[in-house]
Design a protein around this ligand. Structure first.
Ligand code: NDP
Length: 528
């Protein structure tokens, strides 16, 4: 971070634009070009933002469905109007092709907003319970979903608009207010979200945006004024967030990393599966939490599949000077490049073959690695164990489905996996055996685009869900409202021998096994 220049984009706190002395510089990862500066906040700004969100909460909660939906409609309209400008910014600051900025970020954000506007409150409608306790005949219990309060959202850079904005939309429709900490690698897009909220005339303090680095996120995760933390990022940081939340018993949703596995069954069309797997790996230049990294292909079709993957990968057009007209953008930063390089080096040192790519030239840091495919890999290699988050695909032949399932389940992570097969129903049966939050049959990360589908992982890939009814419920408090007409109850004081006997008779009647035992139990209770 550097000292602020006057042009640095301000933070949004309590409906006001606030400048600070510290700034982040935003770069185009492909060219290194400086795109702008954004003011950053530390614990003081996070505290101010949480206080502003807390102050705005009663009004926003009381505003009711209609007003909240109206506000989200305005946000939807503003984003739809500015979509070209926003997609262009995403492409320049994150490096992804404009096509991916439009599809994975802008469209997903618009669809999420539309979904929450149309269905959000219905998903949170009160539920009347069918009571099972016979003693409560005549009583009624309803579950209602209350807004939790202030939601802290900590976002990554790889889907820098749709991840935070869809989470903000979910929080708002429930009736919560928000403090958002965008990634330090995409601060301009974080600022664009703040601008969208301001343009949509959300009431002051309902959404607050504080740019910053890890310490800013840590301040948010540990702030006692937040009632939920929704964190999307790496497993390592997710564990720190979980600890911070545990210390104050604040529930959190953790959307963490994965080492996505694809199982290509013997009955799959090798050409088609290859095209799908190549997209599932190299979309967003591999910088996708649910990307396919490990492929377990049945040995009967391994040869044509590998040939087809090589052909499809060679066709990918890498980033050039022109923003439009490429399939694969740059990596976000030099550390990402080093991670991919080291996995390639580890694999090669342990006997892997570089089938395609592998070049680690001296070009711009972001563009130095070609889309790379490895064969002759083994489970011990880092590429088969650790998240690459870059353009590296490893293919391993397996004897049968059982071996593929064993390999796929062998890691402590379980975010997303895919099955490629002609027999879709058999694929669905196989899917039940995979330890993964999501399993896709004959496709890849496209399911992120549907706002009704719960999103999240198992094992160390995190817990809780965003999206759909599950995502909304994660941001609400479950409250039971039980009611009964006024009147005395037999279970109130004083306890009498008669009531105790009746209770015992009832237990015998309901819970002894078989008519004889019931009769015996009831007699025993009556004669006691
Ligand atoms: P990081 O974990 O590095 O960062 C995520 C966010 O946390 C950033 O805003 C970061 O700030 C912030 N942060 C850093 N340190 C702390 C801390 N101690 N306390 C609180 N917040 C902190 O992840 P990346 O941004 O690099 O994103 C890539 C990772 O995210 C991959 O592992 C990927 O799999 C995962 N991911 C998971 C998704 C899912 O839905 N499951 C979706 C997308 C990505 P800063 O950027 O300033 O460091």
């Amino acid at each position: 971070m550097t000292q602020s220049m006057t042009t640095a984009k301000p933070l949004l706190i309590g409906g006001e634009w606030r400048t600070t002395d510290q700034t982040l510089t935003a770069h185009n990862p492909a060219t290194g070009e400086i795109l702008g500066e954004v003011c950053t906040g530390d614990a003081a700004e996070i505290d101010a933002a949480v206080r502003a969100a807390r102050a705005a909460f009663p009004g926003w909660r009381a505003a009711g469905e209609a007003e909240r939906k109206q506000a989200l409609r305005r946000l939807h309209r503003v984003l739809a109007e500015r979509r070209d400008e926003i997609a262009d910014l995403i492409s320049r600051e994150n490096g992804k092709p404009v096509m991916e900025a439009l599809s994975a970020d802008v469209l997903v954000s618009l669809d999420s907003l539309a979904y929450y506007i149309k269905h959000g409150t219905r998903e949170l409608a009160p539920e009347r319970l069918k009571l099972q306790q016979r003693l409560l005949i005549g009583h009624r219990a309803d579950v209602v979903y209350e807004p939790a309060g202030v939601i802290g959202i900590i976002a990554p850079w790889n889907v820098p608009l749709a991840i935070p904005l869809s989470q903000v939309a979910a929080a708002l429709i429930v009736g919560n207010t928000v403090v958002l900490k965008p990634s330090e690698w995409t601060p301009l897009i974080g600022h664009a979200i703040a601008q969208l909220c301001a343009a949509a005339e959300l009431p002051p303090g309902v959404v607050n945006v504080v740019a910053g680095a890890g310490a800013t996120g840590a301040a948010l995760a540990s702030h006692p004024g937040t009632q939920r933390i929704v964190f999307t990022g790496s497993v390592a940081t997710g564990k720190k967030v979980a600890v911070a939340c545990a210390q104050r018993l604040c529930p959190c949703v953790l959307e963490l990393g994965g080492v996505g596995a694809a199982i290509v069954r013997a009955d799959a069309d090798p050409q088609l599966a290859a095209r799908g797997v190549v997209w599932s790996r190299f979309v967003n230049n591999g910088q996708v939490c649910v990307a396919t990294q490990r492929v377990y292909v049945n040995q009967r079709i391994a040869q044509p599949f590998v040939v087809a993957v090589a052909q499809e990968t060679r066709k990918l057009r890498r980033h050039t000077e022109h923003q439009r007209g490429y399939d694969v953008g740059p990596l976000i930063n030099p550390a990402a490049t080093e991670r991919v390089k080291s996995q390639i080096a580890d694999a090669v040192a342990n006997g892997a073959t570089v089938l395609v790519g592998g070049s680690c030239g001296n070009g711009q840091a972001g563009t130095a690695i070609e889309p790379t495919v490895l064969t002759n890999v083994s489970p011990q290699m880092t590429v088969m164990r650790d998240e690459t988050f870059g353009p590296l695909l490893a293919i391993m032949p397996v004897a049968d489905d059982a071996e593929a399932i064993d390999q796929a389940n062998s890691l402590p992570l379980g975010l997303a996996m895919s099955v490629w097969t002609h027999d879709v129903d058999a694929g669905a049966v196989l899917a039940r055996q995979l330890e993964s939050g999501m399993v896709w049959i004959n496709d890849g990360p496209v399911y992120y685009a549907d706002p009704t589908i719960p999103w999240g992982g198992v094992k160390e890939s995190g817990f809780g869900r965003t999206h759909g009814r599950w995502g909304l419920h994660a941001l609400a408090d479950v409250k039971v409202i039980a009611r009964s007409r006024p009147g005395p109850r037999i279970w109130w004081f004083p306890y009498t021998p008669l009531v105790q006997r009746l209770l015992d008779v009832g237990i015998a009647l309901l819970h002894e096994a078989g008519p004889r035992a019931k009769l015996r139990g009831m007699l025993r209770a009556l004669l006691r």
